[in-house]
Structure formats: structure tokens, C-alpha cells
Design a protein. Structure first.
Length: 156
């Protein structure tokens, strides 16, 4: 369930929504909520179960981080950095992405990583005053994100 696309003024925008399987798995809380309220009233229990399922799914989607490049700034979750402070982005997929997300991950990096999203973009931070060596970002379209960062860097 990828929400990818740009808004006016965005060079790139992607919401890292959970996979369909993660959403279906989270919706399993509905029967559990229903069972809690069955002794009180079966109709009320069913309504509460449906409401809980919808609420959990909406919160999962609404709470998903957004990665965007707009106005010369890379936004990843709650953080942002000017693209002129960044090096060239590197894209990873499949086994390389697994290495970058796992054993190759530096704990000092800024990371926005989501399970179920295979692609990764790593971009080094070239600001000598920044203690963060690089940003590691999950993305469904690593080539598009890297291209947007490069375009923004040449335009900045």
C-alpha cells in the first residue's frame, strides 16, 4: 500500500505506509476487542470491534513517516536537512539493502527504516559540525529518491 507521488512544490514525496499484510495483521485486534465486550452486549461488542480495527488501521497509515525533497531540503520523518549539506546518494536493493539496514547500519546514522520496504537510500552528511555521518532511508523507489536529491543539489 504505497502512497507515492508529489504535491505542489515537492520534488519527491513518499509515505512509508505499512504493507497490506501488516495492516491485516493489526486488524486482528478487532476480534480481541470484541471478545472483551461480549459479556456486556453482543451488538455493542461487535461495534467496538469494528471501531477498534478501523482506528488501528487509520493510525498505522496516518502515523507512517513521510520522506520528501522540497525546496532544497530533504525531510525524513521528523528530521530535515538542506541538500547542500549532503553528499551523493547511494541506492541499495535486495541483499545489499539488507546489509545496509542490518549489520552495516551505523548507530550514529539518522535512519527511517520500515519493515516490508526493500529499497534503501544512504546519503552521507558532509557538514563537519553534524555528528550524524549519514542518513539511511527506506523507500519503495530508491532511484527516484536519489534522483530527486541530486536534482535538488544541482538546483540549490
Amino acid at each position: 500500500m504505497a502512497t507515492s507521488g508529489t504535491r505542489a512544490g515537492d520534488d519527491y514525496r513518499e509515505r512509508l505506509t505499512p504493507s497490506l499484510w501488516a495492516i491485516v495483521s493489526a486488524a486482528v485486534v478487532a476480534p480481541m476487542a470484541t471478545l472483551v465486550f461480549v459479556p456486556l452486549n453482543q451488538t455493542l461488542a461487535l461495534a467496538i470491534g469494528v471501531l477498534v480495527a478501523v482506528l488501528v488501521v487509520v493510525l498505522m497509515i496516518a502515523g507512517a513517516p513521510v520522506i520528501s525533497v522540497r525546496g532544497g531540503v530533504l525531510h525524513a520523518g521528523r528530521a530535515h536537512i538542506d541538500v547542500h549539506l549532503l553528499g551523493r546518494p547511494t541506492t541499495y536493493e535486495a541483499l545489499q539493502a539488507r546489509q545496509v539496514r542490518g549489520p552495516g547500519l551505523d548507530p550514529r546514522d539518522w535512519h527511517v527504516i520500515r519493515g516490508g520496504i526493500d529499497g534503501v537510500v544512504r546519503v552521507t552528511v558532509e557538514d563537519p559540525d553534524d555528528p550524524t555521518p549519514s542518513w539511511v532511508l527506506s523507500t519503495r523507489t530508491p532511484d527516484r529518491l536519489a534522483a530527486a536529491i541530486r536534482r535538488s543539489q544541482t538546483g540549490a
